[in-house]
Design a protein around this ligand. Structure first.
Ligand code: 3PG
Length: 306
């Protein structure tokens, strides 16, 4: 009997966990859940006999894989896999997959939730501003960027997008969005910028003072990507220099304590919650379970990322 561990410090919604269990039951797999485990050592101690692991933002490093001698596959139920040591996985012959697109709408909706919260004076009753007629720049036109564009058009915003690969421009245009040729052009044009780029090495700290300084009046940076893509020293400088700048993010910046004086121009939830909806949990969690079964049954490696 194949053994799967679903290790989620931030658990899936119960409806998703129940359906994941059902999929593995039907396939004749043994499926254990490790939720809210807190200390990484609790995760390490739970993997001894796992052949497959489903995770979210949980850390899978060499130490963890060394403790799982039967491990063949790790599926990140979600998009970003910066929490998995791909090199170590490859060296240990462990296949790593993600479930692209499955939680994208949830993340995109959160971006607008945070924007509205901030421009409506945090729902305090004070007069705010609207999104209609404003410019929005999508930095990174992947699965999430595409949903952000769709929703922004619904709000009546003028939408631009920059994607590092210009081959994507035709699709951007087809979606009724104007492609631009550089991040500089995007930031210069757009009052709102939605970050939808992965935390790959080449993207770390690329959102810096030079780019943010180009944004028009009442600039807002919306980060549902990763804190690593922001140069946090630049963020501090921009907050100090521009009283019209605000930042809403799905994750606290690493230097949040130093930014305390700008608290009214900055928002982040206590825990990353972009993908924290029942729908996203069901989409990504069930996709992960099915990908594991297809891998063992048919050697299906379509979603392999290492
Ligand atoms: C992702 O990369 O899929 C999102 O950041 C969601 O992460 P989560 O599963 O930890 O909520």
């Amino acid at each position: 009997m194949r053994k799967v561990l679903v290790a989620t410090d931030k658990p899936f919604a119960k409806t998703a966990s129940d359906q994941i269990r059902e999929i593995f039951d039907q396939a004749g797999y043994q499926c254990n859940f490790l939720e809210k485990y807190g200390d990484q050592q609790n995760f390490v101690q739970a993997v001894a006999d796992a052949e497959a692991i489903i995770i979210r933002s949980d850390i899978v490093d060499d130490e963890l894989m060394a403790a799982a001698p039967n491990l063949k596959i790790v599926v990140r139920a979600g998009a970003g896999y910066d929490n998995v040591d791909l090199k170590a996985a490859t060296a240990r012959d462990v296949v790593v997959m993600n479930t692209p697109g499955q939680n994208s709408n949830a993340v995109a909706e959160l971006a607008f939730g945070m924007m509205l919260y901030q421009i409506r004076n945090r729902f305090s009753g004070g007069s705010g501003t609207e999104l209609m007629g404003k410019t929005l720049g999508i930095h990174g036109y992947g699965n999430i960027g595409k949903h952000v564009g769709r929703i922004a058009k619904g709000f009546g915003m003028t939408v631009y997008a920059y994607h590092h690969n210009p081959a994507r421009n035709a699709e951007i245009e087809q979606d009724g969005i104007s492609p631009v040729n550089s991040p500089e052009e995007l930031y210069k044009k757009c009052q709102y910028i939605s970050l939808n780029i992965p935390a790959r090495e080449q993207n770390k700290k690329i959102i810096n003072k030079d780019l943010l300084g180009l944004m028009p009046e009442n600039a807002m940076l919306v980060n549902t990507a990763r804190k690593e893509v922001i140069c946090e020293d630049s963020l501090k400088q921009i907050f100090a220099e521009r009283k019209d700048f605000s930042y809403v993010s799905d994750l606290a910046p690493g230097n949040a304590a130093e930014l305390a004086e700008y608290a009214n121009r900055m928002f982040f939830p206590p825990k990353k919650m972009g993908a924290q909806t029942a729908e996203a949990n069901i989409n990504a969690g069930l996709a992960a379970a099915r990908q594991i079964i297809a891998f063992f049954k048919d050697n299906d490696i379509r979603f392999k990322v290492n």
